[in-house]
Design a protein around this ligand. Structure first.
Ligand code: WTA
Length: 654
């Protein structure tokens, strides 16, 4: 560790604390600590300055922030277009021929694709015209069910250009998951692909898309030819992307959108079985997407920014599409698996393109770490100058390994806390300011205010664990609602501490006087499985659809690599008996209903679930069992004897 000694200090808790070097400070967009105090003095003015400086508005807003709890608006009456800001203004500048997207296919034998800003601009304009020619109008919802190919960014930006609302669904989600989302969104068009590559094999996407379209309002399905696999095209409904694009005209006027009109919805898991459509509006989202990309990752024109998240998640939306493109940056997009053909594929890509900013999830780091440091060592990773993580708390070992073996001990690790709901990062250290502390995400982004409260709503002191909340003025990129479900918006986010305090459902600890925060994980029934957000209730819904299941409860169990995995406790209906085939068919039921990410790690068949006298399943007990924690008092249960039985089955005997 000799190289970085000059910027390593130890804190009183015997924990490494890294500070930016002079060189990092010099390069950084922000390196003066006073930015925090300045923004805190007048957050509304701070965001107004950011929105004005960073974005081109067709019409300036008349009011910066309006708050009618639990609703708020930003840049009221401002007119803006996302696609114009991500493309047109760069095309009018020297960036016209700069690479916007470098795309790496999974197959090493296939050539990569580079789209300059001008290329991307043309494709987006053309696809916007394609959508229009199919009758898509401002406000219509468009489903996007695509793998990581440039057509995904093209489709998103084309929707944004004409004011259509995109709703991207993760391509590894099942057809049934797609259908429930498309049904709720009442989408008119679906954009999908024939297939894509995963670990050298073609995954047929189109059959899933067909399931997703059934009994929805989708009129047209546009299919990108990616893998060349045979697909069934439904006459009158299904159209090939490349054929439509051939005929499309080159320019489409960007639609001036009201700042508070919708840019997209993205479905995410909550505590019930039904995913909710998180609503993001144009003006506020663009402001935070742009500035967090620029400041968190210290994004400059000569950077190559690689965010490994799939576009189906909010991280993909904000940091593999909108944020960097608004900044006129170059992004790298990789289609395939991180371990194909070998476990050093990511490092091969970093070396090949000279990636400078690398942003991934702790679960991936833990997996790579297990494969050993010899894999990254085979490659020259010296182009990297900044590392990021997102999605779940990062353990110290993974942080240190990432810092040493990927960052070569030179690069700050920016641990970014945020949610689908927040639209962009909200708690993290800034590269020119620091400090970078393993397991401590950092401070609230300038202009955002968080607090950690106890159950009664009292603010907690340093070192005390409680619940993370956000206070007004809420960061401009925060959700504006749950699609078609205002009640859920209110109960989920604005009921725990009232309508004036945004409740995150995350546990957190105030780390120090400076305002650094350590996140400790979700406090509700939302799991993070290999970085994927899933609800235990969704898995339960899937299982109860199986003919053999009388009742079930799913809880998250800790996992060394994936962070968390679902474990299912299942009571079978009479007449069904346990067998490996039956267990497998239960697992397959979940895969079919949700997708492989939700696969239960273990199915525990039991005669009964622990219940209160009023018949409520005691999840607290099941959670304690899978975590190996003390179960506590079971005497209030209707059936305390089941706990003993379950202890044996889980393999836990405290
Ligand atoms: C968790 C992902 C600790 C958190 C952008 C949050 C984190 C949920 C971090 C949102 C982090 C995200 N440290 N926990 N740096 N980042 N989380 O909607 O529990 O997929 O509530 O958004 O991920 O997950 P989502």
């Amino acid at each position: 560790m000799s190289k970085q000694v000059k910027w390593v200090k130890e804190d009183p808790n015997n924990r490494f604390v890294f500070w930016p070097t002079e060189e990092m400070k010099k390069r950084a967009w922000v390196s003066d600590e006073s930015i925090y105090a300045e923004a805190a003095k007048d957050p509304v003015a701070f965001w107004a300055a950011r929105a004005r400086e960073g974005l081109d508005w067709f019409q300036e807003w008349t009011e910066t922030y309006q708050w009618n709890p639990p609703y708020f608006k930003w840049f009221v009456n401002g007119k803006i277009n996302a696609s114009y800001n991500a493309l047109d203004r760069h095309v009018k500048s020297w960036r016209k021929n700069k690479a916007a997207i470098i795309w790496e296919p999974e197959s090493v034998d296939e050539p990569s694709r580079v789209l300059t800003y001008n290329d991307l601009y043309r494709e987006v304009n053309k696809f916007a015209n394609v959508l229009k020619s199919l009758g898509v109008k401002k406000g219509d919802r468009i489903g996007i069910y695509l793998p990581m190919i440039p057509e995904v960014q093209i489709a998103m930006l084309a929707c944004a250009r004409i004011g259509a609302i995109h709703s991207v669904v993760f391509s590894a989600f099942s057809g049934e998951s797609l259908r429930s989302r498309m049904e709720d969104a009442e989408a008119k068009v679906l954009v999908t692909a024939d297939g894509y590559y995963r670990r050298g094999k073609v995954v047929n996407l189109k059959p899933n898309a067909d399931v997703g379209v059934e009994n929805t309002k989708i009129e047209k399905v546009i299919v990108v030819k990616r893998a060349g696999n045979t697909v069934n095209m439904v006459a009158g409904r299904d159209l090939w992307w490349h054929e439509l694009m051939k005929k499309a005209t080159l320019y489409c006027k960007p639609e001036p959108m009201d700042s508070e009109e919708m840019l997209f919805t993205l479905y995410t898991s909550g505590t019930t079985g039904k995913p909710k459509g998180i609503v993001h509006n144009v003006g506020g989202y663009l402001t935070v997407a742009l500035w967090t990309s620029k400041w968190d990752f210290d994004l400059h024109d000569d950077d190559i920014f690689w965010c490994t998240a799939d576009i189906g998640w909010i991280t993909g939306h904000t940091y593999a599409c909108y944020g960097p493109l608004l900044n006129g940056a170059t992004i790298l997009v990789y289609e395939g698996a991180l371990n194909f053909p070998e476990v050093d594929r990511w490092w091969e890509i970093v070396e090949k393109y000279g990636v400078t900013i690398f942003y991934t999830a702790p679960t991936a780091i833990r997996m790579i770490l297990r494969w050993g440091e010899e894999w990254p060592k085979k490659h020259d990773l010296s182009s990297i100058r900044l590392l990021g993580t997102v999605g779940e708390p990062i353990n110290q070992d993974a942080w240190m390994w990432y810092f040493n073996h990927i960052g070569g001990g030179r690069c700050p690790v920016i641990d970014t806390w945020w949610q689908t709901e927040t639209g962009a990062t909200l708690i993290n250290s800034l590269p020119g300011i620091g400090p970078f502390i393993p397991t401590v995400a950092g401070r609230s982004f300038p202009g955002a205010t968080h607090d950690i409260l106890d159950e009664k709503g009292e603010p907690l002191g340093i070192g005390e664990g409680g619940y993370l909340v956000q206070k007004s003025p809420f960061a401009p990129g925060m959700l504006r609602g749950v699609y078609k479900d205002p009640e859920r918006y209110k109960t989920q986010y604005w009921s725990t501490y009232g309508e004036k305090i945004y409740y995150t459902s995350d546990g957190a600890i105030k780390w120090d006087e400076m305002g650094n925060i350590r996140l400790t994980g979700r406090v509700d029934d939302v799991m993070k499985v290999a970085g994927h957000r899933l609800s235990t209730a969704e898995v339960e819904n899937a299982l109860t659809q199986h003919t053999s299941v009388a009742e079930c409860a799913v809880v998250a169990a800790p996992h060394d690599v994936k962070g968390e995995v679902p474990v299912a406790f299942v009571v079978l209906k009479q007449g069904f008996t346990s067998s490996p085939e039956l267990e497998n068919s239960l697992v397959q039921q979940v895969v079919k209903a949700i997708g492989p990410t939700a696969k239960p790690a273990k199915i525990i068949l039991t005669d009964a679930l622990p219940k209160t006298r009023s018949g409520k399943i005691m999840r607290r007990i099941l959670k304690a069992l899978v975590k190996g924690e003390t179960v506590g008092d079971v005497m209030t249960l209707m059936n305390p004897e089941t706990v003993e039985d379950l202890k044996r089955k889980v393999g836990y005997s405290k």
